[in-house]
Design a protein around this ligand. Structure first.
Ligand SMILES: [Zn+2]
Length: 65
C-alpha cells in the first residue's frame, strides 16, 4: 500500500489508486506484491470484491499464473 493517490473519474467520483494494486484478469481478486522482508510473503491476494477494479491494472495473480 505505497504511493497512494486520489483520482477522479468522468463523473467526479474519487477513487484511491494504488500503483501496486492489480486486479487478476482470471479470478477477479485484487492483489499486490509486497516487501518479503516485511511481510514474509511475496504477495497479498484480497478477497473477491474487496478491491474496486476501477483504475487498476488487469494482471493475473500469482495463483492463476
Ligand atoms: Zn487470480
Amino acid at each position: 500500500m505505497l504511493f497512494k493517490q486520489i483520482t477522479e473519474d468522468k463523473r467526479g467520483r474519487k477513487y484511491v489508486v494504488d500503483e501496486h494494486l492489480k486486479i487478476c484478469s482470471k479470478c477477479g481478486r485484487g492483489w499486490e506484491n509486497v516487501n518479503k522482508r516485511i511481510y514474509h510473503i511475496a504477495h497479498i491476494i484480497y478477497p473477491l470484491g474487496a478491491i474496486p477494479a476501477i483504475g487498476k491494472k488487469k494482471i493475473p495473480c500469482p495463483q492463476c499464473r
